[in-house]
Write a protein that binds this ligand. Sequence first.
Ligand code: TGC
Ligand code: FAD
Length: 389
Amino acid sequence: MSSREVDYFQCEELLSVEERAVRDRVRRWVESRYLPRAADCFEQGVFPVDLVPEMADLGLLGMKLHGYGGGGLNSVAYGLANQEVERGDSGLRSFISVMNALVIYPIEVFGSAEQRERWLPALVKGEAIGCFGMTEPLAGSDPQSMRTTAVRDGGDYVLNGRKMWITNGELAHVAVVWAQTGEGIRGFLVEKGAPGFSAHPIRRKFSLRASVTSALVLDGVRVPEASLLPGTTGLKSALMCLNEARYGIAWGAVGAAMACYEAALDHATTRIQFGAPIGATQLIQSKLVKMLTEITKAQLLCIRLGRLKDEGKARPPHVSMAKMNNSSEALKIARTARDILGASGITLGHCVIRHMLNLETVNTYEGTQDIHTLAIGRDITGLSAFSCQ
Ligand code: TGC
Ligand code: FAD
């Protein structure tokens, strides 16, 4: 095996023919349709909404969904698709994550038959876009403290509150909104155009620029009881969705890291300083070896987690470990790659600074490094260290 391939431990052999086919199909699409415009989307701060129908045709929406036009893929194939999309850009993968894990999944698992019929086929075809409103200005890592309320009034619920940092917010035809009710935190489907409901852009981002990030305002939004996701039974229901999204992020981060490593290796073997390629120096080799080692560990973690998931043996702390490790290692790899590229590493002429800036968000959203550390710490000790009170 050539040391130039980003598959040092022959992980390829751990994949089925179908899983490889999904990966290769998505890789070809990303390379031909997204990469040529990735830098422009990032620079201009634009999500390429015109590509949504192509993503749907490629089967990127509803990848794991059985029925309703979904792909019914296993977890490893789903993960590989996330990896390839994030090799393109974390913003593009965020769109895929939100659609699959945070909108289609909760409607499939917690929705009524009517809600599933109404939304799932349209979401899978890309005719409808969704978002997931959990985070608030005063409730980020601690969503249990959310202040958005849904109060019963006759046959309706009335929602009041603010949601912050919501991916796809202004694009969405339907928002999965989490709110405090008299029966704990529950999920609601709030449609675009509902009186009192609006989405506003969050501007001046230096990360995830090719993704729409919004604030949601809910001022006395009256929705019928049929908008409640009837299967939701507290914060746990929302955390189950996060579990799915975090799993995809663990794979996606590997894709971004692979892209950065490839760019760094290419530069190290072609850039001549002091009469030799910089890759001939021990310092640069040490950095490349560390990068490849961490990518290899992350790849193995993902494949094992995917198999555990499909066997019904993966627990939330397993997902936390993969999300935590892979996003933080990808960020370190991107920073190292940026360094190896020297001055050229600061421009969008290479993918590296784009990935590096994006990975700052990937490391923060869906549970920060600290939060996943505490979740795993609680799992192994049985002691919660979330609050110092
Ligand atoms: P805690 O007592 O731990 O849990 C309440 C109930 O939920 C269960 N549970 C989980 N279930 C499934 N998956 C998980 N990951 C779970 N974690 C906990 C738990 O067993 C319990 O069940 P039960 O039956 O006893 O009721 O709740 P806590 O309030 O102590 O909070 C735990 C904590 C801190 C880990 C959680 O709040 C957390 O994960 N915080 C981080 C917040 C976060 O990740 N937000 C993400 C917002 S969405 C987003 O960022 C989208 S980015 C999209 C993109 O663009 O890709
Ligand atoms: P805080 O919770 O305020 O944390 C600040 C710092 O304190 C962090 O370093 C954290 O690790 C640390 N900290 C917090 N608690 C503890 C503790 N107990 N012990 C030690 N350290 C602690 N949310 C959604 O609901 N839907 C979305 O679609 C969505 N998309 C996003 C897109 C982008 C681009 C971004 C940046 C965020 C998005 N988020 C979304 C929000 C994201 O999930 C939150 O930003 C994240 O959960 C962290 O919350 P916070 O930003 O409020 O930080």
